[in-house]
Design a protein around this ligand. Structure first.
Ligand SMILES: Cc1cc2nc3c(=O)[nH]c(=O)nc-3n(C[C@H](O)[C@H](O)[C@H](O)COP(=O)(O)OP(=O)(O)OC[C@H]3O[C@@H](n4cnc5c(N)ncnc54)[C@H](O)[C@@H]3O)c2cc1C
Length: 261
């Protein structure tokens, strides 16, 4: 058994959204990230759907991380140094002894900068702009100028089974909603590639499926009217709290400009 079902490298919008989706599908999910998401450089985000007058991008990032945490995502603040295939000669054994030498183990060994190591069944690389930790894997890279992108298929799969790439690192357009949407798309691809039953991540009113004598499909949830109102009240309180004060942080300047100051 690996430490994590899913390890996401990079806690920008792509990684956070991918993690949100896999955690909501009950996969143990950890985001390992260091350094700032690139969106923290933006002054005011005006093209992310749902915010008529725009939104502070640092608030959006904080809120997305809080949403991921509420849904069970774990976070480690560290740099991923290396991702390598798990060694079948030296697989990790679970502490409770359920797993023996004859059990098949697949996945990845992930080394962190502080010397720790983790294992994961799936890895999602969402670490714009550094893919160097993938050098030991047979992954194609696309070079454009000084930038390197990870080669993926239309749904974010790399050539290595169990390894996916999301967001700008996967050569998606350099826009926030695209990064978030691609993170979701890659996570759903991962779920569909796993044996886990999954239909859609939908919350629907009571009776939407069962009222038609259909079982609630995996990934979906039916809630009654009082639960719907409870969740609405909770979400209004969370939004009110998050916007009560201006965000304390301003934008991060481009490093070359900052260096000149
Ligand atoms: C100045 C500026 C303004 C912008 N304005 C807009 C805008 O108005 N509208 C819009 O739609 N888009 C805008 N964008 C683009 C948008 O911010 C990005 O396309 C999007 O946020 C990319 O998200 P991402 O998750 O792919 O990458 P990132 O947000 O960069 O996330 C990657 C994370 O991975 C971390 N990481 C890297 N290597 C490692 C490693 N080895 N181990 C662990 N962690 C690692 C990074 O430090 C980072 O935190 C702007 C970008 C910039 C630079």
């Amino acid at each position: 058994m690996t430490d994590e079902d899913v390890l996401v490298v990079g806690g920008g919008l792509a990684g956070l959204t991918a993690a949100l989706f896999t955690a909501r599908a009950d996969l143990d999910t950890r985001v390992v990230s260091t350094g700032e998401p690139i969106l923290r450089r933006n002054a005011h985000l005006e093209n992310f759907p749902g915010f008529p007058a725009g939104v502070n991008p640092r608030l959006l990032l904080d809120s997305t991380r809080e949403q991921a945490e509420r849904n069970g995502v774990q976070f480690t603040d560290d740099r991923v140094e290396r991702v390598a295939p798990l060694d079948p000669e030296d697989p990790p054994y679970s502490e409770d002894g359920d797993l023996g030498p004859d059990d098949e183990v697949s996945g990845f060994a992930v080394s962190l900068d502080d010397g720790d190591a983790l294992t994961a069944t799936y890895v999602v690389a969402a670490s714009w702009s550094d893919p160097s930790y993938l050098d030991d894997l047979d992954v194609s890279m696309v070079q454009r100028g000084s930038k390197q992108f990870v080669g993926v298929d239309d749904l974010g799969r790399t050539e290595v089974d169990g390894l996916y790439a999301a967001g700008r690192l996967a050569k998606q357009y350099h826009q926030a909603v695209v990064a978030a949407g691609h993170g979701a798309q890659v996570a759903i691809t991962l779920l569909e590639d796993s044996d886990r039953p999954f239909y859609h991540d939908w919350v629907v009113p009571e009776g939407y499926f069962t009222g038609r004598d259909r079982a609630v499909p995996p990934g979906c949830e039916e809630i009654d009217e009082s639960e719907r109102r409870r969740r609405e009240d909770e979400s209004r309180a969370a939004i009110r709290e998050s916007v009560a004060d201006p965000h304390p942080d301003g934008p991060t300047m481009h490093p070359s400009v900052a260096d000149e100051e």
